[in-house]
Every structure is written in C-alpha cells, then in structure tokens.
Write a protein that binds this ligand. Structure first.
Ligand SMILES: *Cc1c(COP(=O)(O)O)cnc(C)c1O
Length: 368
C-alpha cells in the first residue's frame, strides 16, 4: 500500500468546484495583487484567530520579518528563539540585522523551555519568538510572564499552528503578533506562496500594511522606506474558500493522531507525540521518537510509506549559522530530538486503513 506524506490533490478534488470559481472571479475582476479578495480573507482570518487585524503578506518568512521590522528591531538587538525550527524563524531575525539567540526546548513538547528563557535575556534583548512546533503551541503562560517582566515583545511563530489553542486561546492571539505561513503544505495552505500577520494593535497593523506596500501613505507618496510584501489576489481567494474547511480538517487530523497514538502506545521502541495539558494540538506534523530512527525510516520507505524529519539539523548547527560559534552540545535537548524524530504521514484525508498499515509496519520493524 502506498501512503503519501500528504495529499494535496485529494483535498483539491473535494472542493475543486469552489476553488475554480474563486480563482476565476479573481481573474474576471483582475484583482491580482492585494485587493478585495485579500481584504476579505484578512477579515475572515482575523476572526478565526480572535484578533482585531490580519495582514496578508507574501510568505510566512515575510510575516515574521515584517513583524520584527514593525517593531524597529535591527542591528545591535537580540531576539530569543529556539534552534529546532524551520530556518525561516532565525532568518527573519538575521534579515532585520538583529542577532538570534537560542534557548533549548522542553523534551516532551519540543517547544521553548520557559525555565531557560530568562538566562538568555540580556540588555540587548528586544523580543522573543516562541515557535508552535508541529501544531502544538509553546507554553505561552510563563513565556508571556517573563516577557512582560523584561519588557520584551512576543512574536508567535504560528506557521504550523493554524487553529491550535493554548488553554482555549487561539495561536497568534496571545503575543504582540502571530505570524502564519500559508505555504501549500501547511494546515491552511494557499495555491502558491502566502503568509499573514495577526495583531490586536491598530498601530502595528497600520505600520505593517504600510511597510508591505512600499511605505505608501497614499499612492506614490512614501512616508517611510518599505517593501513589496503584498499577498496575491488568487491566494486570498483560495484561502477564503479553504478557511471554511480548516476546523473540520484539523478535527480529522486530530482523529488520525488519536488512532496513531492509541496503536503506537503498545509498541516498544517508538514514543508518540505528547499533547500537553494546556494544548489543543492540530498535528501539522505527527512526529514520533524512534530508537532506530534511520533504519525505521528506511523500512517504512521500502513499504511505500513516505516519512520526513522535521528537522534533521538544528539551526545552530547549520552552515549558515556557524559564525555564531554554537557547536554540538550547545542545545542538547533539541539536538537529541533531531536524532530521534520521524514524521509519519499526516493529513485530513488519511484513512483508518492507511494508519493501520503504517502502524503495522512499525510494529513489524520494532519486533525484530
Ligand atoms: C513554514 C514555516 C515558516 C516559513 O513559512 P514560509 O511561508 O515557507 O515562508 C516559518 N516558520 C515555521 C515554523 C514554518 O514551519
């Protein structure tokens, strides 16, 4: 049996009529860059995140970068984040001219360990970027408390967490900003590149809207130096259609995760992901820890099961960040996770039969 890692075609087939209509409308109104379809999506997505404003931009990377730019974070500033994220989190900090400072993660949640946060704060620290990894939010209570005490901004990297919750509060709504990616493979994915920032601040929302449109106060009058960070009209229209289905898709992922976890619990040699007490996990990625990760992956691949590693090399060990001088052993928990984790197939349309097949192959591997 072939089990893909995700199946965007199955999702499109289920809503093809609506998607095709939405794209055609954008073309008929030639609303290609920004415009009414993006504004409509922004309003819907802000409501979904229980935030006052959403600003559609070009990608999740750009969302993070624009949030930091709106806070005037730049050279000489430090921003604290985690080393076990997609590199974009650190790139956004670097691209502002600021310095990323890493703290290690909690081994169970694989998100920022609040107990280590305070020691990483210096007089140069301006902001903290907790990453809601795999669809589970970081432990925002203590992180917000520490940030408040040190007068720091909090930018949530919610690129994997559309619809995740922390004690009932949606991802993106707790910090000063929530940054989302609508990369096609994310839980809410566009049909191309797109991203979004949510915030409750009127002032910050206006500022990001200005920066993403060349700092224009009105057409061809530039109050500040900005950038082109606009979202495509077609992406706005596609996202509006898909947003209506997101809660159901997340529920389907949770159902698949429950089945995986209940079956995997009885297998020695793999540890299923843990949903923390404070958390509603939306399983962007279903990552287990495995004793013989690399040979397990090879065995699953052999059987037609596609797996992934998110992420095999922590950011501080990437060539791009060698200049910082943090070698092996600097963040032991993140490094150990990177050696043990493997992401199993996870998407809303995954069938019970497929989950059973994947777990059956894992059981077979672990019992020899
Ligand atoms: C996907 C992702 C990003 C970057 O989003 P893009 O839309 O690909 O630019 C940033 N952070 C995390 C944690 C991500 O998963």
């Amino acid at each position: 049996m072939k089990v893909p890692f995700l199946d965007l075609k199955a999702q499109y087939d289920a809503i093809a009529g609506e998607i095709d209509d939405a794209i055609r409308q954008v073309i008929e109104r030639t609303a290609f860059s920004g415009g009414p379809f993006v504004s409509a999506f922004e309003e819907q997505f802000a409501a979904f995140c229980q935030c006052k404003h959403a600003i559609g931009v070009g990608s999740g990377t750009e969302a993070l970068w624009l949030a930091l730019a709106a806070l005037d974070i730049g050279p000489g500033d430090e921003v604290v984040t985690v080393p076990n994220s997609f590199i974009a989190t650190a790139e956004a900090i670097s691209f502002c001219g600021a310095t990323p400072v890493f703290v290690d993660v909690n081994g169970e949640s694989q998100t920022m360990d609040p107990n280590l946060l305070e020691a990483a704060i210096t007089e140069r620290t301006r902001a903290v970027i907790p990453v809601h990894l795999f669809g589970q939010m970081a432990d925002m209570g203590p992180i917000m408390e520490i940030a408040r005490r040190h007068n720091l901004f909090v930018v949530e990297d919610a690129c994997q967490a559309h619809g995740a919750e922390y004690n009932g509060r949606p991802a993106g709504s707790i910090g000063n900003f929530g940054c989302f990616s609508f990369y096609p493979g994310k839980n809410l994915g566009a049909y191309g590149e797109a991203g979004g920032v949510v915030t409750n601040s009127d002032e910050m929302s206006e500022k990001i809207k200005m920066i993403r449109d060349h700092g224009q106060s009105k057409k061809y009058h530039h109050a500040m130096i900005g950038w082109n960070g606009r979202m495509d009209g077609i992406q706005g229209a596609v996202l509006s259609v898909k947003l209506k289905y997101l809660a159901g898709w997340n529920d389907a992922r949770r159902k698949n995760a429950r089945l995986y976890t209940s079956l995997l619990n009885s297998i020695d040699g793999v540890i299923p992901p843990r949903e923390m007490d404070y958390s509603r996990h939306i399983y962007h990625v279903y990552a287990v820890k495995a004793r013989n990760r690399d040979s397990l992956m090879a065995a699953l691949t052999e059987q037609g099961i596609s797996c992934g590693i998110h992420y095999p090399v922590p950011i501080h060990l990437q060539n791009a960040y060698q200049y910082m001088g943090a070698g092996k052993g600097a963040f032991p928990v993140a490094e150990k996770c990177a050696e043990e984790i493997v992401s199993l197939p996870m998407f809303p349309e995954l069938t019970e039969e497929q989950v059973n097949f994947v777990v059956g192959e894992i059981r077979r591997f672990c019992s020899v």
